[in-house]
Design a protein around this ligand. Structure first.
Ligand SMILES: [Zn+2]
Length: 233
């Protein structure tokens, strides 16, 4: 079963899945948003004069992920319980981020008439830096990127999304109103993924018996990530 944790330590969610409360300032011709984006929340349920709802302008019904408040350079960890392949991405607004595509089918698809087991990918966006390479195999809890404010963003945060995807990692069911993303709250545990991993390590390493014979509880990558986490915290 798919389990999803917080990719960063902060638990503060600033925008939920499906929200459509952001208005963006339009250019004089009333068609395209001004870049860099000038945004404002709706006032009394409507956008002020000169502004339009942001998400419908992008072809979506609303926000297609969960936004989590972060600080610049905050470590972002792969936060779902599947092994994945890293795909580095950029967007036309200057945003950078990383997709982690599950190597196996992990969830029964519920989009439209699709009922088969499906791959999913986690997307982490608006990063200041990505720390994995294209095609790298990533495990839950691995350090993958640092938080930032790149792209269509007005403050430092992590856009954390879950999308249906094909075997090649491309998003599918892109006509679902959220470009293939879905509300993952049914699979979401409100715990920081590093805390979950540390709990698991403790279970592997009982008091007074640090390493059991024949068992290697942590690989070097995880030890290194843990070290990095301590020094960047
Ligand atoms: Zn977002």
């Amino acid at each position: 079963m798919l389990s999803i944790y917080r990719p960063i330590e902060s638990s503060r969610v600033t925008q939920v899945f499906g929200a459509n409360g952001v208005c963006t300032q339009m250019m004089d011709n009333g068609v395209f948003p001004i870049r860099p984006f000038r945004t404002t929340p709706k006032q009394g349920g409507v956008c002020p004069w000169g502004y339009k709802e942001f998400y419908p302008l992008t072809g979506m019904k609303g926000h297609n992920g969960v936004d989590r408040a972060a600080w610049v350079g905050e470590p972002i960890y792969h936060s779902a319980n599947f092994d994945g392949i890293a795909h580095l991405e950029t967007d036309k607004d200057g945003g950078i981020g990383v997709d982690i595509v599950s190597v196996k089918n992990v969830l029964n698809c519920t989009e439209g008439t699709c009922k088969a087991m499906h791959r999913v990918k986690k997307r982490f966006w608006h990063c200041s830096k990505v720390l994995v390479t294209e095609g790298q195999l990533v495990k839950m809890g691995d350090l993958i990127a640092l938080a930032g404010n790149t792209g269509a963003s007005t403050g430092v945060h992590v856009h954390d999304a879950t999308k249906w995807c094909a075997d090649d990692g491309g998003a599918v069911h892109r006509d679902n109103g959220y470009l293939g993303a879905f509300d993952d709250s049914a699979y979401y545990k409100d715990e920081f993924v590093r805390d979950v991993i540390q709990q698991k390590e403790k279970m592997l390493l009982p008091e007074g018996c640090p390493v059991q014979k024949g068992e290697v509880p942590l690989d070097w990558g995880q030890k290194f990530n843990k070290f990095l986490f301590w020094i960047t915290k």
